[in-house]
Each structure stands twice: as C-alpha cells, then as structure tokens.
Ligand binder design. Structure first.
Ligand code: MSP
Length: 531
C-alpha cells in the first residue's frame, strides 16, 4: 500500500566554509521531491541542517581567530540565506550544537555502551582530516592518500571507543536482500558489499581524544564522540527521539506508515548505508525505506570541493539568472544518480534552449494569439477538432503518467523531460496547425478555438508538472494564462475542459534569451574568482 506520509532528509553539511553549488544541488533536488509529494497530497517533513563538530572545524576556527561556536554560527547564517534564496521548503534545520541534539547523542552512546555494542580500545590508523575519516592500509594504498578525496592521510594513534560492526553485518546483508530499493542506484549497493563488507569490516571508531570540539562522552569526559555517530543521529534527534516530546519521532519515524528517505552524495554512502542501519538496529529502531545516492558535481574531472577551492558560488548565479533557472539547470542537466559537471556553456545553453526558447516562448506566443484572436479569453474545449488535437492530448496524458511514475521513483531528471515533452509537442503543434492561417479563414474558427484551448491546456499542464522545480515561473505562467487560484491544485491536472473562459494577461517574458558569449564569459569570471 502506498504510504501517505513521508520524511525526507539531506545530509547535514559541514560549516567549515561557505556552501557551494554541489551542496545547493543536493538540497534543491531534495526540495523538488518534497514539493512534488506535497503537491500530490502527502504530509511531508523535510529536514536539513549543519554538522558542526570535528577537527576540521576546530582547526579552521582557530585559523580564523574565532571560537568554534562563533565560527560555525557565522557560516550557518550563510546556509540559512542560501536556502532562502533557493526557496528551499524545509520544515526544520538541525544543528549538532543544539541542546536537543547533544543530550540525545550522549544518551545514545550510553545505551550502546550498556548494550556492549561499544567498547574502549586503541586506534592506530590512517586519518584524513578534511574528510574526518579513518582508513586502513589497503584503502590508502602505497601513496597513502584518502580514497575519497585523494589528499594525503596521516597516521593517528589514540585510545578510542569502537562500535562492534561485526555483530550486525549478517543482518545488514539480509536487510539489503529483503529491501532491494533501500540503496539505489543499484551500483552503490554492489560497491558497498564488494568493496567494504566482503573484504571484512573493521570495528568503527566512535570517539576521539586528540581534539575537543565535539560532544563529550558522559562516562569518560576526555573523549568526544567521533563525528559520524554524532552526525548520523541528527535524523532522529531532530524528530525528538528520546526527548520529552517524541511526537514527531512517533509520526515520521516509528510509524511504518511513514516513508523515510535519505538523499545523500556518493562521498558519504558508506556511512549511511553500512553504519547507520547498524546504529539503528543497535537502538532497536526501524531502518529507513530508501537511501538515494546522487552523483557529484565535478570541475574538470575533479570533485568540486571547498578545500580544493574549485567551487562555484550559487549566490551570483541566482542573482543574475533567477532561482528557477538554477534549480532547473541542476535538476535537468545532471541526471539524478550520476556524476555531472558544471560548465558555463551548458548552463547558458540549457536555459536558452529549454526555458527561453521552448517554455517561455510557447507561453508568450499562446497568450499573444489568445489576445489577438479571442479578445484574451481562452476558448472552451471543443473536442478533437484538428487532425493534431488527438496526438497532443495523448502526449499530455502519457507525459503525466510517466512524470508521476518517474518522480515517485526519485527519477527527477527523467520526470522533467516528461514535462518538457509537452512543451516540445505543443510548439510543434503550432507549426502544424498554423493558427495565423486559420485566423484568416472564416470557416476555420472552430479549429482556431480548439488550437488555442489545447495550447493553453498544454502550458497549464507543463507548468503544473514543473511547479516543484520552477518555484516562481510556474505561478507566473499561471498568472499569464489567467488560471484562477482554485485551478492551481495538482488534482485539476488534465481535465480537458478546465480552462475555457479564463482571461489571459500578457506579461514579461519569463526567461529572456541570454546572450551566450556575454554570459559564458561572466560565469567564467565568477569561477576564476574575478568578481
Ligand atoms: N557532514 C557530512 C554529512 C553528514 S550527514 C549525516 C558531510 N558534509 S559535506 O558538507 O562535506 O557534504 C555533504 C553533502 O554535500 C554530500 O554528501 C553531497 O550530497 C553534497 N556535496 C558536497 N560536495 C558536492 C559536490 N561537489 N557535488 C554534489 N554534491 C556535493 O559530508
């Protein structure tokens, strides 16, 4: 049975530096999905946040001459601004330095200790400070570099607590088998099993003594909880797990009727897909339904990352091109689930081809023609009058079905192409039906009315399907088509006789065509840090 409530999360980002377009990508795609589900009538809880502890943040704060708390407070302000700019519709924002989180993480640690799932030992191994990860000899190879980010690792030795991973391995593998949709794309699961689980898992280090910016362990205050146990538990501490008010936890986690989805980048799959289910099992709590791993944005073959300094800042892009253009580009250009690269040429081309020339132009032409031929009033549905009406209707119907199936399965890029199929078909329909010729022929007025009605329906449907992506432009398209408020609900989609009698309003072009050479140069200058 389909679940009618759902909980969706992004990773909580490190406030070690300003966020870049890679983080914006993950949060935007999660937001698109949350908005879609709300549009379809689901009750949704959408969480994002900041992962504020760890050695890297301690170091960066010291280098900036600030306390770690001052340092993260300032950076997290920027997170809030970015999410507002991108119209992110999260219901909550968790910070791991909040009391609601700290106390519960300490309780969780105590529970695991009491259960003998955590023990005190000694750790000697390779450590990557930027990634906050320990690695084995095999993983760092002869060059002693981090397998995730490729930077040099250092030997670290200290007394530490460990989580007994081997106690939970068999049950994790069984869980993978019984829940084939848990970890997708499928290739990620194979990677987990073959690269990490089969060669044998080491117990996971869950505390550190060599730095102090973390949550202290109550039973042994010289230790702080190692970032991943602290970080992953945010998904339940934000819901009030183990607190005075666990109502959200009951509703959005414990209740099997709620679907739980984590969205995350490929760089942190191991922690989410292996250790997180183990932690939950140790606590006796159900596991999430789905973990969807998206690809990473690259810059010239290397992962875009703050510490490499090869990042694109989303703020100036939104300022110049608008929130819809950036959201659309991210969701459409980079197939959700695969790596992609940001290039100024593709950015400008995508906006021009899809938004300016196809979607915006279709709206513009249609509104002008309804003004010119029908005094601004959308003619009512006439049935299938021209020889092309039937085909356009079935393209619309088929697109809606595919869009819903794809989005329900988190195939966001594919779903957008389904919506755009309507736009492309409608543009072709104008060429086929030639309304300007029909207008000149007295005997073709019924055909002309049918064409205008079909075009309005096509734009209305495409704008509705694109609403989770185009958070301002879809409503502007509805305004220009004169769609009354009550018809802006998804439940009205594809009723052919919906639009007759609506009064159109000609407006500004939604997406003015960009001059490619000027804009490519502008974006390049941002990337070179010249602005
Ligand atoms: N704090 C941890 C996550 C803890 S979740 C319990 C962390 N933070 S992070 O800020 O380094 O990155 C988090 C996520 O940001 C990545 O998993 C990914 O979703 C996104 N991205 C960071 N860099 C990215 C790209 N270059 N491209 C796409 N997404 C990127 O890891």
């Amino acid at each position: 049975m389909e679940k009618k409530r759902f909980y969706i999360t992004t990773p909580i980002y490190y406030p070690s530096a300003k966020l870049h377009i890679g983080h914006a990508y993950c949060t935007t795609l999660t937001d698109i999905f949350a908005r879609y589900k709300r549009l379809r009538g689901f009750e949704c809880y959408f969480l994002t946040g900041a992962d504020e502890h760890g050695q890297k943040i301690e170091k960066n704060a010291a280098a900036a001459g600030k306390t770690p708390q001052q340092f993260v407070d300032e950076i997290v302000e920027g997170f809030y601004k970015l999410w507002e700019l991108l119209h992110i519709s999260n219901d909550d924002f968790i910070r791991t330095t909040q009391d609601r989180h700290i106390k519960v993480v300490q309780d969780i640690f105590s529970m695991m200790l009491k259960k003998d799932d955590i023990y005190l030992g000694k750790y000697k191994g390779w450590y990557c400070t930027p990634c906050e990860s320990f690695w084995t000899d095999t993983q760092v190879g002869e060059d002693h570099v981090c397998p995730d980010c490729g930077r040099p690792v250092q030997i670290a030795e200290e007394e530490a607590y460990f989580f007994k991973t081997n106690k939970y391995v068999d049950s994790l593998l069984k869980f993978y088998d019984e829940n084939p949709k848990f970890l997708t794309p499928e290739s990620r699961k194979n990677e987990m099993v073959n690269t990490f689980i089969k060669p044998g898992l080491d117990d996971l280090c869950v505390s550190r003594t060599s730095f102090s910016w973390g949550i202290p362990i109550r039973e042994n205050e010289k230790h702080v909880i190692y970032v991943w146990l602290d970080a992953l538990t945010n998904y339940i501490t934000a819901l009030g797990y183990d607190s005075d008010d666990p109502s959200k936890f009951e509703k959005f986690w414990a209740d099997p009727e709620c679907e739980i989805i984590h969205i995350l980048g490929a760089d942190i799959t191991r922690f989410h897909a292996i250790y997180w289910p183990m932690f939950l099992e140790s606590l006796g709590i159900r596991k999430p339904d789905r973990e969807f791993v998206h690809g990473l944005l690259m810059m010239k073959d290397s992962k875009m990352s703050k510490s490499k300094g090869n990042v694109v800042d989303p703020f100036p892009l939104v300022e110049r091109y608008g929130v819809d253009a950036l959201r659309y580009y991210l969701a459409r250009e980079i197939t959700f689930g695969q790596d992609g690269s940001f290039t100024p040429e593709q950015f400008v081309e995508r906006i021009n081809a899809d938004l300016a020339n196809s979607f915006g132009n279709l709206l513009n032409r249609t509104v002008s023609m309804i003004n010119k031929y029908f005094e601004g009033v959308v003619p009512s549905y006439q049935g299938r009058v021209t020889e092309f009406d039937g085909d356009l209707e079935s393209v619309i119907e088929f697109a809606i079905k595919n869009y819903e199936n794809n989005l329900d399965d988190l195939k966001i890029t594919e779903a957008i192409t389904n919506a755009m199929d309507i736009v492309y078909r409608a543009n072709k329909y104008i060429d086929e039906t030639m309304p300007w010729a029909l207008a000149k022929d007295e005997s073709k007025q019924k055909e002309l009315a049918s064409v205008m009605n079909h075009l309005a329906t096509a734009i209305y449907t495409a704008a509705m399907l694109l609403k989770p992506v185009l958070v301002t432009a879809s409503d502007k398209a509805f305004d220009q088509l004169g769609i009354e408020e009550s018809l802006r609900e998804y439940s009205h989609i594809y009723k052919l006789d919906t639009l007759g009698g609506q009064k159109v309003n000609k407006g500004e072009p939604l997406f003015p065509r960009l001059d490619a050479s000027i804009e490519v140069e502008y974006i390049q200058s941002l990337m070179n840090g010249n602005k």
